[in-house]
Design a protein around this ligand. Structure first.
Ligand code: SF4
Length: 443
């Protein structure tokens, strides 16, 4: 990398998709800062524009195409402007994207983020149309969290990729085989974030509970080590897979409940064992329900949430009703529900899609409206209770502090700016499905 000191250039990154991409964008900004690029708030101020793309969308290539098209005028005014695409569409399309979107200067895949500075420098030195979309499956996954202003709560990647090949999911094709960061590195990383004022970390991966360190530690052992060997106050994680959730892991969570938060996102996807089998999820409805009950027995009062897909190819009315009835068996405080739509490369995309769009919409509405009632009922348990809230923001105008309870409820109460970063007891007087309002219980 060049050591020459020059006036900084501007980089604008447009981010789509999941938390993994948001984290990757933070990393890109930090890496590009090393070669003198500073973030700018709008594309017209940029010397470098990057689209961090997502393929979990309708017509993802088309979306890239139309965003790049919007920069055509900028490119004419400023011919030295470089435009690149990263993320899952880049990984999926590779050099084809340069042909399909001629205005693009470079394409880099999900494993090539750390090569971004040298790729940009090559372009600055006159190289053209660069592509780096190779998976580095055999390289160890050693990345330090790079985030400029980490704030009170931040995400820490622990695994990358996925080996599960659920038949609806594109992740194994866009993020590659699963790899885990060594436990020792993670502890060092979290300790250094704590020194920078971070109070809460969310351990991030496509399937965190299949984590396996090079020293043999599993996810439970990692969480115990983070709880014991770091000064972090709160530990969260996302996303876990029901098939890898076991009593040992829940026991560790309960033993360290002062630090490991009692909120578990446990994506079920469907309440029908037949659909789950076609999805290749690795568990049945009954096994899932047993696990959810086991979690709530070992960790009473914990909050559960889930992801649900309706209208998976071949999902019958009866199978959909099994998903509806699952809501009555597992007390989800929130759900993220979607209509099935095919993703490139996946097995399910090759199957005939038997459920009409109209029917998918009807099922989604039915599911969401029943869940709304359930979530409202479940939220009542928080009324008049006292919750611990880690304050993340203060709004000067309203004098309101906001943060999350241990069960991940966004909680508001009147407070002061200096409270940011502190954990306070809040007496809840109004409880809604996703938010709580209360008053400071202890000063
Ligand atoms: S476990 Fe999650 S990330 Fe992996 S294939 Fe299944 S849905 Fe996708």
């Amino acid at each position: 990398m060049s050591t020459e000191i020059s006036q900084s250039k501007g980089v604008y990154i447009s981010t789509y998709g999941c938390q993994m991409n948001v984290n990757d964008t933070e990393r890109m900004y930090s890496l590009l800062e090393m070669i003198n690029y500073a973030p700018v708030p709008s594309p017209d101020q940029a010397d470098l524009i990057i689209i961090n793309s997502c393929s979990v969308r309708e017509k993802p290539v088309h979306k890239v195409h139309s965003e790049v098209g919007r920069y055509k005028g900028l490119k004419t005014q400023k011919p030295q402007l470089k435009i690149g695409v990263g993320g899952c569409v880049a990984q999926q399309e590779k050099k084809q994207l340069l042909t399909d979107v001629p205005l693009l200067d470079f394409v880099f895949g999900t494993d090539a983020i750390d090569s971004l500075p040298s790729l940009v420098q090559d372009l600055e030195q006159g190289e053209q149309k660069k592509v780096d979309a190779k998976f580095r499956h055999s390289e160890p996954y050693h990345v330090q969290t790079l985030v400029k202003n980490p704030g009170v709560s931040t995400f820490v990647n622990i695994t990358k990729g996925c080996d599960n090949f659920c038949t609806f999911c594109v992740v194994p094709f866009t993020r590659g085989r699963e790899r885990s960061r060594p436990l020792k590195h993670l502890i060092e990383d979290i300790n250094s974030l704590t020194k920078r004022g971070v109070r809460e970390v969310t351990l991030l991966g496509q399937n965190v509970n299949s984590y396996k360190s090079d020293c043999g530690a599993n996810f439970g052992e990692l969480m115990r080590a983070v709880a014991v060997d770091t000064d972090i106050e709160r530990i969260r994680f996302t996303t876990s897979h029901p098939k890898d959730f076991n009593e040992e892991l829940v026991g560790i969570m309960q033993d360290h409940r002062d630090k490991i938060m009692d909120y578990i996102h446990l994506p079920v996807q469907s309440g029908s064992s037949e659909v789950l089998e076609r999805m290749n999820r690795g568990y049945t409805r009954e096994e899932y329900i047993r696990k959810a009950k086991m979690i709530l027995e070992i960790m009473p009062g914990a909050a559960l949430s889930s992801d649900i897909i309706v209208g998976f190819p071949g999902e019958s009315e009866k199978q959909f009703e099994e998903t509806m009835s699952l809501l009555e068996e597992v007390p989800y405080e929130s759900i993220f529900s979607f209509k099935y739509s095919p993703r490139p490369f996946t097995k399910a995309a090759r199957w005939e899609d038997h459920v009409s769009e109209e029917e998918k919409s009807r099922r989604l509405t039915a599911l969401q409206s029943r869940h709304k009632e359930i979530a409202f009922e479940l939220s009542k348990r928080y009324r008049d209770s006292v919750v611990d809230v880690l304050v993340e923001v203060f709004d000067e105008e309203s004098g309101r502090c906001s943060g999350r309870s241990t069960q991940n409820k966004l909680t508001h109460f009147n407070g002061r700016k200096e409270m940011i970063g502190g954990t306070y007891k809040v007496k809840v007087n109004e409880a809604f499905p996703q938010t709580l309002r209360g008053v400071l219980f202890e000063h």
